[in-house]
Design a protein. Structure first.
Ligand SMILES: [Zn+2]
Length: 455
């Protein structure tokens, strides 16, 4: 074969290859379901039908079996989702130094100023950016609105939230606006958060009851319930879990509506869609209730499901974190890679199951109540460390995914090594320097009080 013919054959081959490879996605839909623990979805083998829509859609998706939040409550986890960094680096939700005019409860830091966010990055790459948010901890004062042209925020409380159906209405309305360009759309659902009060016909499906709304609400008062759990008094877990699952089933139905709307808009084919959660929920798994207080898997193991062109649907077992989503989106959209992020792009793993990369350590931290806890996962081991008491627990997540057996004494060297990794990471994070605290307005404080988060 002559050189000319060879060159021609090679370039034809290249053209054929190029035409087979799908074009990279242009737009991103990021769905975050507040308080959704992975193991309450059918997709993650829940024994109750909470998620028929998602289970069906999930067959066309890449499903991460071991995805972890960086914190057991909303603000630090969202900070990680939006910056690709653990909480001690982005600081959102970190306790601020106490001062005379900043009483306790107002002492949270916002997202660190100047740290690039997902929305800022996509806005700079000519995407329309919008978020529909429903948690008081996602108030713009916390810095999480940075980079969004539209930040539609209603801070929910125990009695009043914007439900999933209204959230989907708002999302589709924004999507359908004339002249909508390529976009980043963040859709946040608050429904599975307390109170658990799904609308008909979901209400009563898993937790049938004759209770009045008032009685029902009193069953879910956070502080009295926590006290009863601590005192080992009887708690009707079946009712609470059933009512929680009803909320998930309602969100699942509304996810179906969102999906149909995306299909009808004609934007689904060139979008990447990501579904995840900010943290889970505890129902007595380790002697507690709700979230924010520990780093066990019921609070940090979250769903992560990704759909998009060129991906190979199926399960992925590698441990991944919320900090991976920002670099993943950047790579999938073909934008320049970000320097110095601790997260890892999952794009190669989305295309091919075997491309997992080097083993690494995943950090979770910043508990909202009780003793501070920090954790590190170096698969299959997970350490949970309490710096004040020097208490260490070690679990093998492969043998013991429910974290029943503390093996820190049997595997002392592994435990010591993982604690050392947490300490080294913390030294690194603290070297980044201090930041300014945020002062919250009265309405946000009222919402947070109503949720039981502050006094
Ligand atoms: Zn949350």
């Amino acid at each position: 074969m002559s050189w000319r013919r060879l060159t021609l054959a090679l370039s034809l081959g290249a053209v054929a290859l190029l035409s087979c490879a799908p074009a990279p996605p242009r737009s991103v839909v990021l769905i975050v379901v507040d308080t959704l623990r992975a193991d309450h979805l059918g997709l993650y083998r829940h024994d109750r039908e909470t998620s028929p829509v998602l289970d069906a859609l999930g067959r066309e998706a890449v499903v991460f079996d071991n995805a972890f939040a960086t914190s057991p409550w909303t603000l630090p986890s969202f900070g990680s989702l939006f910056t690709g960094r653990p909480p001690a680096e982005h600081l959102a939700g970190w306790p601020a130094p106490r001062t005379d005019d900043a009483p306790e409860g107002r002492n949270f830091l916002p997202l660190r100023a100047g740290m690039p966010t997902l929305a800022e990055t996509l806005l700079a790459a000519d995407r329309d950016t919008a978020a529909i948010m429903n948690n008081a901890f996602l108030h713009p004062d916390f810095g999480v609105a940075r980079g969004f042209q539209t930040y539609d925020h209603i801070g929910g409380n125990r009695k009043r939230i914007r439900r999933a159906d209204e959230v989907v209405d708002r999302a589709l309305e924004w999507l359908g606006k004339d002249g909508r360009g390529d976009f980043l759309l963040v859709v946040h659902f608050f429904d599975p958060h307390l109170n658990y009060d799904a609308p008909e016909p979901f209400r009563g499906r898993f937790a049938p009851t004759e209770m009045s709304d008032e009685e029902r609400s009193s069953m879910m008062e956070l502080r009295p319930l926590r006290k009863r759990v601590r005192a080992k008094e009887d708690v009707d877990w079946d009712f609470l879990i059933g009512a929680y699952d009803e909320e998930i089933a309602f969100v699942d139905q509304q996810l179906g509506r969102l999906w149909e709307g995306l299909e009808e808009s004609g934007r689904l084919a060139d979008s990447v869609v990501i579904l995840t959660a900010d943290h889970g929920e505890e129902f007595g798994d380790h002697g507690g209730f709700e979230h924010g207080h520990t780093l066990y898997n019921e609070l940090v193991r979250i769903p992560l499901v990704v759909w998009g062109p060129g991906m190979r649907p199926g399960r992925r077992a590698e441990p991944v974190s919320l900090i991976d989503i920002f670099p993943t989106v950047v790579e999938l959209l073909g934008l320049p890679a970000l320097e110095g992020l601790p997260g890892r792009s999952l794009a190669p793993m989305l295309e091919r199951p075997s491309r997992a990369g080097e083993p690494r350590t995943l950090i979770a931290e910043r508990t909202l109540y009780g003793p501070q806890r920090e954790s590190a996962i170096a698969w299959p081991y997970k350490v949970i460390y309490e710096p004040q008491r020097g208490r260490t627990e070690l679990f093998n997540l492969e043998d013991d995914p429910l974290e029943r057996q503390n093996i820190s004494k049997l595997r002392r060297r592994v435990a010591t090594d993982l604690v050392a990794r947490i300490q080294a990471y913390r030294v690194h994070a603290e070297s980044i320097g201090p930041d300014d605290a945020v002062e919250l307005d009265e309405k946000t404080l009222e919402n947070l009080r109503s949720l039981g988060y502050i006094q």
